[in-house]
Design a protein around this ligand. Structure first.
Ligand code: AMP
Length: 395
């Protein structure tokens, strides 16, 4: 019997998916349905043999999921229904420190976390409910971006604000990108054959960026907070700012809270600093061609990342490895070099030759006498498939 698992990431206007064969441990297909709800919605499916694009006449979640499954069948990639569907869910609040099999209680708990992730959780639930309506016989599993960070201690997750805001309103640091940090930290332990008591810092640098301190396999601190806006400078998000900035902007610019939130989320970060782009490739090219503003944005990005890594190190007893992942971490050699140059206090030294490599081929990029620096391709979907498989086969 086949052991296929479908992994879904349902967004407000898109569904990303991957299909894994768990017996062979390979991805069989992946794809994206985008512009859902509009009249130009389309679905792209990629497999080893095919790349297919289909216009979606009806693009509500249910119709779209039905087309995805029917197309996977038509391409011969699914002969029977998947043994499980694993969903990426952004916010599990304090209710979930692990992946779980979906039941009504789980759905209600995800809905209860909606105030913490108003854009993401409703879309995630819509994907789960649509699949449930179509195929009630398929077990579904949810894997939370926040769950890996539920091991943070109160001193790491509390803000210095009135305690009742935590107990009554859930105001605390949750952290995100947990599946990615978990995966690359596990890989680092495997590749370096680290003992069970280890200390690793993982830097997930994509359009969204966060870093995480992992001690003995557990997240002990991370840079994102109650929302994904906290922490590092990102593509369009500011990362940390003085909380006094909000009042200042409202008085000086007359901006209301919605405008300030939008500027900090969508017009800041690399884009806001450079005025050029949120895309690191474009910025590095522009900096190479002498664009000073692009260079400044890159410098701020690297400095603030190094500064946060220094802060995260406080939670570790040993600093065995620093891991780069995400689009920038996996591909951008100058950024890795600049961040490591900023961390010389910790004894880090890159091997310039090894740092020339990118992506899959790469592992350790540091010199022998340096603490280890690794580049590991993140595999969030594979991690979700593995967790889903473990849960459904245990029952
Ligand atoms: P992600 O969100 O993980 O897909 O990462 C997106 C970010 O990775 C963007 O800022 C891209 O510019 C960056 N990126 C991808 N490939 C490269 C590359 N070869 N060099 C520099 N940045 C890259």
């Amino acid at each position: 019997m086949s052991q296929n698992i479908l992994v879904l990431n349902s967004g407000s206007s898109s569904i990303k998916f991957s299909l894994f064969d768990m017996l062979k441990g390979i991805e069989r297909a992946s794809g994206l349905a985008e512009r859902l709800g509009g009249n130009d919605a389309e679905l792209t499916i990629k497999s080893d043999a095919n790349k297919l694009t289909i216009n979606l006449e009806k693009s509500d979640y249910k119709s779209t999921l039905l087309v995805i499954i029917e197309q996977l069948k038509a391409l011969g990639l699914l002969t029977t229904l998947p043994i499980a569907v694993g969903h990426r869910v952004v916010h599990g609040g304090e209710a979930f420190s692990n992946s779980v099999i979906v039941d009504q209680h789980v759905i209600n708990s995800i809905k209860a976390c909606t105030p913490l992730a108003p854009l993401h959780n409703p879309a995630n639930v819509a994907g789960i409910e649509a699949l449930q309506a179509l195929y009630p016989e398929i077990p579904q599993v949810v894997v939370f971006d926040t769950a890996f960070h539920q091991t943070l201690k109160p001193e790491a997750f509390l803000y210095g604000v009135p305690y009742e805001l935590y107990t009554n309103n859930g105001v605390r640091r949750y952290g995100f990108h947990g599946t990615s940090h978990h995966y690359v930290a596990e890989e680092a332990v495997k590749r370096l054959q680290l003992p069970s008591n280890h200390g690793i810092i993982t830097a997930h640098l994509g359009n969204g960026c966060s870093a995480c301190a992992v001690k003995d396999g557990k997240s002990v601190d991370t840079t994102m907070g109650m929302t994904p806006l906290e922490g590092l400078v990102m593509g369009t998000r500011s990362g940390d700012v003085d909380p006094g900035l909000h009042e200042f902007l409202s008085v000086q610019k007359g901006w209301d809270i919605a405008k300030i939130t939008s500027v900090l989320n969508k017009e800041s970060g690399l884009l806001g600093l450079s005025g050029v782009s949120n895309d690191m490739r474009t910025l590095l090219d522009a900096a190479d061609q002498g664009n000073e503003q692009a260079k400044l944005a890159v410098d701020v990005f690297c400095f603030r990342l190094a500064r946060q890594i220094g802060g995260l190190a406080v939670s570790l007893s040993t600093f065995d490895a620093l891991v780069f992942t995400g689009g920038i971490g996996e591909n951008s050699r100058p950024i890795r070099q600049q961040v490591i140059d900023n961390l010389s206090l910790f004894g880090f030294k890159l091997d310039a030759q090894l740092n020339q490599k990118n992506g899959d081929e790469i592992g350790c990029i540091s010199m022998d006498q340096s603490p280890k620096v690794l580049v590991i391709n993140t595999q969030e979907e594979w991690m979700i498939a593995k967790k889903s498989h473990a849960l459904v086969t245990a029952h």
